[in-house]
Ligand binder design. Structure first.
Ligand code: AMP
Ligand code: MG
Length: 347
């Protein structure tokens, strides 16, 4: 397939309209959002959405998020609880996806046969214009090959999907760099299924009582049927085996330095996911700082790009420093643990 690539910003109306035509005709368009780049198709067309699964190699039991540009989502849902409305009013447009009871308008393929649908209104203006010009909601997972780190730049999407989609539009690096918070609000009960930039604290600040799905905090039990099907898959994974080292940072640095030496004697290269505070403490290895520990937002925005850089350098092992699992740290560590297949050493 010949893939058109357009560098656009929010004022590139003609090109965004052309992309919207592709969506209307049942094609695939990669587009930017504030979380990660999305691989979009007309959410009301089963045939169009089937192509998303094919292009990504995505398992069919992993549902898609439906992106809208309008607060009126009554056509796509059967019931919108008061708490769901409260979340929409406070955080839409923005990086939070709400799981609601689905209407028959949404094909079963989109929701992987669940009777719920995940809906989000992105704040990215190119994304919203695309949805508006298309005149239909756009189903979109992250625009990467299934299993790889999510794409936070247009180059990442070109690396993964060139030749597999009709069009790629974008240019800017994604503002948040982690996928949206997914929150289930089928009735008035609010449960976070995937942590993201909208944190538990932020949801509690608007007066909600919030549960965190237990699978976020620990490795999901193979026998347990996850509420959010995406939870069970290997995700965000770099090519090299990855280990996260948590606990006192001085100890983590010593341990990683020991590993760098050990691997070097075997002719192997260690990639270190470090921070501004520690990057000069490593002796050898391929060191990348994801940013300063004082700015977790920037660490989130850099994380997937850093994992992809280790792939490019072709390191043999990755050792990563850990972060506190509160606030945005919960979302960062959730992605890192999956990338490391839950390989965590606590010192
Ligand atoms: P991705 O688009 O790759 O970021 O993945 C979207 C994720 O949203 C899925 O992996 C699920 O975890 C979640 N999701 C989508 N639809 C539903 C739903 N109906 N119920 C629960 N979780 C959902
Ligand atoms: Mg994804």
């Amino acid at each position: 397939m010949n893939t058109k690539v357009y560098y656009v910003d929010e004022h590139s109306d003609e090109k965004i309209k052309e992309a919207a035509e592709v969506i209307k005709k049942g094609g695939l368009v990669v587009f930017p959002t504030e979380t990660v780049y999305g691989l979009g198709a007309n959410a009301l067309s089963e045939e169009a959405c089937r192509k998303i699964f094919e292009a990504k190699g995505r398992p069919q039991d992993n549902p898609l998020i439906v992106h809208v540009a309008d607060f009126d989502i009554s056509e796509y849902t059967e019931y919108i609880s008061e708490n769901a409305k409260k979340i929409m009013e406070n955080f839409w447009p923005g990086p939070i996806t709400i799981v609601l009871k689905k209407s028959t308008k949404i094909p079963m393929l989109v929701t992987a046969n669940l009777d719920s649908v995940a809906i989000r209104m992105p704040s990215n203006k190119v994304a919203r214009k695309l949805i508006e010009y298309a005149g239909v909601p756009i189903a979109a997972p992250s625009a990467n090959i299934s299993g790889r780190p999510s794409p936070t730049t247009i180059e990442h999407t070109i690396d993964d999907l060139m030749g597999k989609v009709d069009m790629i539009i974008g240019g800017d690096k994604c503002e948040f760099g982690l996928e949206s918070t997914v929150v289930e609000v089928l009735d008035e009960k609010v449960t976070i299924l995937r942590p993201g930039a909208i944190t538990k604290d932020m949801l509690e600040e608007i007066g909600l009582k919030v549960d965190i799905d237990p699978t976020i905090l620990k490795k999901p039990d193979e026998n347990l049927k996850p509420k959010s099907p995406g939870m069970k898959y290997r995700h965000y994974a770099p090519k090299a085996e990855m280990t996260i080292v948590t606990g006192r940072i001085e100890r983590a640095v010593d341990y990683i330095n020991m590993k760098i030496d050990e691997m070097k004697s075997k002719g192997k290269l260690v990639g270190v996911l470090a921070t501004d505070e520690t990057k000069d403490l490593y002796k050898g290895g391929y060191i990348i700082s994801v940013g300063s520990r004082k700015k977790l937002g920037l660490i989130a925005a850099n994380l997937f790009d850093t994992l992809r850089e280790f792939d490019k350098i072709d390191v043999d092992y990755i050792y990563a420093e850990g972060f506190e699992e509160d606030g945005l740290g919960l979302a960062i560590m959730n992605r890192m643990k999956k990338a490391a297949s839950y390989n965590v050493i606590n010192l």
